[in-house]
Design a protein around this ligand. Sequence first.
Ligand code: HEC
Length: 148
Amino acid sequence: MEDAMHASRAALLAGLMVLTSAPGGRSGDKPNYDAKMAAAGATFFKVNCASCHGVDARGDGPIASQLRFAPADLTRLSRRNGGDFPTEKVYKTIDGREGATAHGGSDMPIWGDSFRVAKNGYSEKAAKEKIDRLVEYLKSIQEPPEKP
Ligand code: HEC
């Protein structure tokens, strides 16, 4: 009896997880992401990031070979982090304004300042919105974890 209840609760939970995931956001596959934000982020990525990271984010953009450091393959962020998408680290890397993560000497630009430009002046909210969208986009393109 106890077991049956347990099983049906697990099934219910699994069902809920499927319902709340974005397309392709199955757990154990890609991290969950907001599809609408990811779509906006994709466009934004092509404009700002593809020159180095490549249109498919694999690190092979047209100017990649002229950089001192190879731009990272951004489809493998989860894989390289034991299967978990490192949201905060990615956010801070893009922002670039915080000392600890600003990788001095690398060719990855600091975006936080320019992303603050909004319709009427500067706004931190504008910067956060842009970075959040890029983060959602990057989540959406993660390669599935390696099979053990
Ligand atoms: C001028 C070239 C260039 C552009 C443009 C650029 N990047 Fe980068 N990016 C790099 C390089 C080079 C690295 C690797 C830096 C290092 O290893 O220190 C990097 C690293 C990163 C990382 C860290 C990856 C890791 O392994 O942790 C993220 C995330 C990232 N870039 C996202 C972006 C996003 C999003 C944009 C667009 C807003 C962007 N980059 C635009 C050159 C660029």
